[in-house]
Design a protein around this ligand. Sequence first.
Ligand code: NAD
Ligand code: LMR
Length: 341
Amino acid sequence: ARQVNGRTAAPAVAVRASRRSLRCEARKVALLGAAGGIGQPLALLLKMNKFVTELALYDIGNVVGVAADLSHCNTPVKVAGYTGPEELGACLKGADLVVIPAGVPRKPGMTRDDLFNTNAGIVKGLIEAVAKHAPQAVIEIITNPVNSTVPIAAETLKALGVYDPKKLIGVSSLDIVRANTFVSEARGLDMKDVDVPVIGGHAGATILPLLSQTTPAVTFTDAEKKAMTDKIQNAGTVVVEAKAGKGSATLSMAYAAARMAESTLLGLNGEPNIYECAFVASEVVPEVPYFATKVLLGPQGVAKVMGMGELDSFEKAALQAMIPQLKGEIQKGIDFVKNPP
Ligand code: NAD
Ligand code: LMR
């Protein structure tokens, strides 16, 4: 199969299914926040995924019905619903991968950071349960603000003595999905051929598409580059405004998270050359302890954090400009656990 940026080009499952080397192993995925706007379509995509054998759905409400509904789809994935903190342990037990979209979404006029006060505590509480019941699992955090919820999770896991940086991933794959779509549309390219790395974090100016590293190579004038970068950075806000108070991106996020989950399971199964951009513990930019770049996924989670490659002058300036915001949002997450107010 053809590789884009090291990862098989989308549509991933169809292309990968033709690869003889693919190994299917028993894999349990726990989805926390499974009855929500992202949770439900993501659960459906995971129920359709041939690399998942067991799907454990957890939410504080409405999840029993979602699980009953989904369980009637005639795919081999075993589905169970869990609700309330007393059932969370059973949901997590034996999970290889825990995906977390639990938490509130933005309304028009809000920044992702405005979600901090509500979502920080939700993520901390869920991570404490993961530490206790599934300390071996890879954890993927979708809940915003990702730039802060990933450090919250890391500090929580550290305090409980089970932190493994290879197993904690902030999901930024929606930024890559958007960048691929917008660049394909702008240049009339086949969607499945295009891959744009997106680095930094997942909020405003911290989202930095590396248009100069697009595969296949595309050229942009300075004005086009700025407009395309703005469009990718503001795409989440466009959806929030279009939904007019009824939430943020859910379907495209479920699609992007399903891709990230599948890549993670392929890595766990020992499939070589599986790369994704993700927000992880990183030394790529010395000023910040977490940063999104391409990572190699392997049998333990993140096998290697790749560098960011050669940036052009526009991207270099954008990288410098984002650092104070990213640093501040990371520190806010660390402080929430280490120095609570
Ligand atoms: P939603 O309100 O539709 O669903 C959230 C679900 O979480 C609800 O079902 C709710 O009951 C559940 N929940 C709340 N507290 C919980 C807890 N303690 N334990 C278990 N479940 C709990 O929201 P959504 O649209 O699905 O978005 C969820 C989160 O994902 C938001 O924070 C949003 O900002 C974020 N998001 C991130 C990205 C990204 O790119 N990383 C993209 C889109 C949305
Ligand atoms: C997105 O990028 O769509 C998400 O982070 C949700 C949001 O609040 O924009």
